[in-house]
Design a protein around this ligand. Structure first.
Ligand SMILES: Nc1ncnc2c1ncn2[C@@H]1O[C@H](COP(=O)(O)OP(=O)(O)OP(=O)(O)O)[C@@H](O)[C@H]1O
Ligand SMILES: [Mg+2]
Length: 381
């Protein structure tokens, strides 16, 4: 089987493609980052907010370049090296992906439709075979030690696939059995209660609502007590209240030491949930960064001043404001931190007046995670 969309993931055994994979050696160094593609965002004017170049200058910013802190810490719970996938159609869905997931983190994978998110998850979960590369899950090679690797992993798939005539109790119990785990009714009860499915445990699945079916998929994924949970678009088509319940549930799992990797199209979901964020586009991982760091950059705002008369250079008296001069001396940009106690704008305007620089208009702009996302994805078109 060659598709993330059609494969069923229920078991630790016998799912998906079974042909042997080529196992590539680990690359000796971090992959070369490729930030030089042209900036081109179709139909959208993206003002180049200061945050973006700052991000690109950050050392170890790109995937595959683990920081020295990370190397010194515990080994990653999922380690992906040089992962590529070419489907039978010849389509290159993944291109040399390197990624380490830290134990106990919530990692959000963002990317437009068709970027390769489900393909990446499906390979780690053993549903789709990689064309090149290696993956370790919980320290086990997903090809050589596939039983051990899969017993660590739970997957909530993007597509709803459930057996209509079974009951939640039976299907969750069955999922556990597929992983060779001894029956544990107390665990199954806890999972069903945690997901508010206890009352429906003996109803046929076809009589459950869409949101309940989605929660049932989570229950199935948790049936064998995995330490790594993949959630592929867990809240697509889920109402606001349920979405918040799911977020709480995922946080609760993380607090118990489960590592969570989720994909989402909702930027606010990544903002709300993730410890780290990765952006994938056209099969390439183009950004991996700490969310708090991204949010710190989000806090940046720019004040743009259109000058009455162009200036050749910024006067020395204004050096402290780190202004940028653009548009042939017609525009001055001041970047400030909204999180700071003072913006410094009043002082700047006074200093400008003192230096004899007058302006005819001004505007402010704020970069958002969405801006960053759009500009990154546009840049790699
Ligand atoms: N079995 C297949 N054969 C050929 N191409 C495939 C197959 N499965 C997926 N693809 C292609 O691989 C690319 C990545 O698909 P994938 O499902 O991984 O994207 P995604 O990032 O999960 O997208 P979405 O956000 O829409 O879920 C797409 O262009 C898709 O058409
Ligand atoms: Mg997908």
């Amino acid at each position: 089987m060659d598709t993330p969309h059609e494969a069923g993931y229920d078991a630790g055994v016998g799912t998906g493609e079974s042909s042997p994979q080529s196992v590539m050696p680990r690359p000796s160094g971090p992959r070369e980052a490729r930030p030089k593609d042209k900036l081109h965002v179709r139909g959208i004017h993206v003002r180049y907010a200061n945050a973006v170049p700052v991000i690109f200058r950050t050392r170890n910013f790109f995937a595959g370049a683990p920081s020295s802190d990370m190397v010194a810490a515990m080994p990653p719970v999922v380690s992906i090296r040089n992962l590529s996938k070419t489907y039978a159609s010849g389509f290159h869905a993944l291109k040399g992906v390197d990624l380490d997931i830290e134990r106990g983190e919530i990692f959000a994978l963002l990317g437009p439709n068709g970027a390769g998110k489900t393909t990446l998850i499906s390979i780690v979960c053993g549903i789709v075979n990689a064309s090149t590369g290696t993956v370790l899950a919980g320290g086990h090679d997903i090809v050589r030690d596939y039983r051990k690797a899969r017993s660590e992993i739970g997957l909530v798939p993007q597509e709803l696939t459930t057996d209509a005539f079974e009951t939640p109790w039976d299907t969750v119990s069955f999922s556990r059995g597929l992983f060779g785990k001894a029956p544990n009714p107390a665990h199954i009860e806890k999972v069903l209660r945690d997901l508010s499915l206890w009352d429906k445990r003996d109803n046929r699945i076809m009589t459950l609502s869409g949101g309940m079916k989605r929660r049932l998929l989570i229950a199935k994924a948790l049936s064998h007590e995995p330490t790594i949970l993949f959630l592929d678009e867990p809240t697509a088509g889920v109402d606001v209240e349920l979405r918040q319940e799911m977020w709480a549930l995922v946080r609760g799992l993380r607090d118990k030491g489960v590592t969570v990797i989720l994909t989402t199209h909702y930027i606010e979901e990544a903002e709300e949930m993730a410890d780290r964020v990765g952006v994938i586009n056209h099969g390439e991982l183009i950004l991996v960064q700490d969310k708090a760091e991204l949010m710190r950059k989000l806090g940046r705002k720019q004040l743009i001043l259109q000058l009455l008369a162009p200036i050749a250079e910024i006067p020395a008296s204004l050096e402290a404001y780190k202004l940028e001069l653009a548009r042939d001396g017609h525009e001055l940009t001041y970047t400030y931190d909204t999180a700071g106690e003072r913006t410094g704008i009043t002082a700047l305007l006074a200093a400008l007046a003192e230096a004899g620089i007058r302006f005819r208009d001004l505007q402010t702009e704020q970069s958002s995670l969405e801006d960053i996302f759009v500009s990154l994805v546009g840049r790699h078109k």
